[in-house]
Design a binder for this molecule. Structure first.
Ligand code: PLP
Length: 456
């Protein structure tokens, strides 16, 4: 499908009735997307090196998906989940069960990552409740993490800047130390640390009381709130052990990492650990439809089936046939084109090339796995001192890159919730070596220009 026709000029006042989060900002208007590129209505081309927000795993503008959506809308676009099941959803759940770790073969469909996290929070509580432990309701999470913007998901998120304005609305979920070897919160280093950051889970469980705690939630690689730090080899095995010891479920938040982003189907598989629940979204539909869900260990669902028989929860659009049909098409596309294997292979090349950016004085760390990479910026490499957050260094990098036609995703607060700038790269899995070279070249120019302004 080609959209190379002359761009449509946008109405300069066209956003007048849109309530954007940044109320004073002017946005370019998107025209179309193709492969790894997006085009705005002024005809400017952007290399989408972050899949929007780590969403677009298979690339933009794939005709098969458009066709499947059109066919499904023509057949039936909506049938309520309280009245009907549907064939695309049956196929999607079966595919997810095939791809998920053994034992996790049930799929609860919703429409967005935050909805998936809310569902997991309620499901964990409901499981304990049906086992006669109704006090187990609170979820433990980590500082410098992000699990979504709805109130339950934000309560779990250890992302100070997103919590700050709404703190009074949040639930009292406890948080433990982040896994962050570049700036170890315990002032030590792996392996001498003895996994102090994982052991912090046991400390908080004992302090808060296991009888009040339902689950622990973590992103295998923290994305927006952490810039993709990679946990040590035995980190998640220790987490699993502690969760089991205290009857606390382990929720792997794979909303960014799920379905191949890190070169394995689920990132937690890098640590040979099996969670109880996996929350997925983003890459599952690659952005073609709002689609997300919770992948559930069968034993958990069976406990509820044999007790109350009911999980009273759900959203109107959860499991709708159009979203499900898109999900099936995306997952089949991943398999047909062996894109997860490709993410692993291209990931090695991406990290090799990104390592060359370490020559820049503001690059403190380059990290990640597969096609998820983070670059953390520092004002002083020797002391690892971050930029003063009011200067907005990370955002300046993103703006410079965007001006050059390169999209990377900004992140802040990785140091202590407030200071710390990084950018994330999460390109479509179809990215070529040449496009990776172009992205790294543009980042190189971007850093030279930004450092001239900030470090001179
Ligand atoms: C790890 C993680 N969890 C949850 C969410 C929330 O997903 P959504 O924005 O679809 O509600 C996000 C979104 O960026 C995320 O990165």
């Amino acid at each position: 499908m080609s959209h190379s026709a002359a761009p449509v000029r946008p109405d300069p006042a066209g956003d007048r009735h849109i309530f954007h989060s940044a109320l004073r900002r002017q946005y370019p208007v998107i025209s179309h997307g193709e492969g790894c590129y997006l085009y705005d209505t002024d005809g400017k081309r952007y290399l989408d090196a972050c899949g929007g927000a780590m969403v677009v795993n298979i690339g933009h503008g794939i005709p098969e998906i458009a066709q499947v959506m059109q066919e499904q809308v023509g057949r039936v676009a909506f049938a309520h989940r309280g009245q009907f099941s549907n064939a695309p959803l049956q196929r999607l759940a079966a595919l997810v069960a095939e791809m998920a770790p053994a034992g996790l073969d049930l799929f609860f469909p919703v429409c967005g990552g935050s909805e998936a996290v809310e569902t997991a929070i309620k499901l964990a509580h409901k499981y304990h409740r049906d086992r006669g432990r109704p006090e187990k309701r609170r979820v433990i999470a980590r500082w410098q993490s992000y699990h979504g913007n709805t109130l339950g998901a934000l309560s779990a998120s250890g992302f100070s800047m997103r919590r700050a304005q709404y703190a009074s609305l949040l639930i009292d979920f406890p948080h433990i130390a982040p896994m962050y070897c570049y700036r170890c919160p315990f002032g030590t280093a792996y392996p001498a640390c003895g996994l102090a950051c994982a052991n912090d889970l046991e400390r908080i469980i004992r302090q808060e009381g296991a009888h009040t705690l339902s689950a622990f939630i973590a992103e295998p690689l923290v994305a927006a709130a952490g810039g993709a730090p990679v946990p040590p080899r035995d980190y998640f095995a220790r987490i699993r052990e502690i969760c089991d010891r205290y009857d606390v479920l382990f929720i792997s938040d794979e909303i960014v990492t799920g379905f191949g982003r890190t070169g394995r189907t689920f990132a937690i598989q890098h640590w040979d650990t099996v969670p109880d629940l996996i929350v997925v979204a983003k890459g599952m539909s690659s952005g073609y439809a709002p689609l997300a869900g919770v992948i559930v260990k069968r034993a958990i669902a069976e406990t509820i089936r044999d007790a109350s028989g009911l999980f009273p929860h759900g959203y109107t659009y959860g499991g709708n046939p159009v979203g499900a049909a898109v999900g099936v098409c995306v997952l089949e596309y991943l398999r047909k084109h062996q894109l997860i294997e490709r993410a692993a292979e291209m990931g090695v090349y991406l990290h090799e090339r990104l390592a060359t950016l370490r020559v820049h004085p503001s690059v403190g760390d380059v990290r990640g796995l597969g096609l998820l990479a983070g670059i953390e910026f520092v004002r002083d490499r020797a002391t690892k001192a971050p930029f003063d957050p009011v200067t907005g260094y990370g955002l300046a990098v993103v703006q410079e890159a965007t001006r050059r036609g390169l999209l990377v995703y900004p992140g802040t607060g990785s140091v202590d919730g407030v200071a710390g700038d990084h950018v994330l790269l999460a390109p479509p899995f179809i990215i070529t070596r040449e496009q990776i070279d172009t992205a790294v070249g543009l980042l190189d120019e971007t850093l030279i220009a930004t450092e001239q302004r900030y470090l001179a």
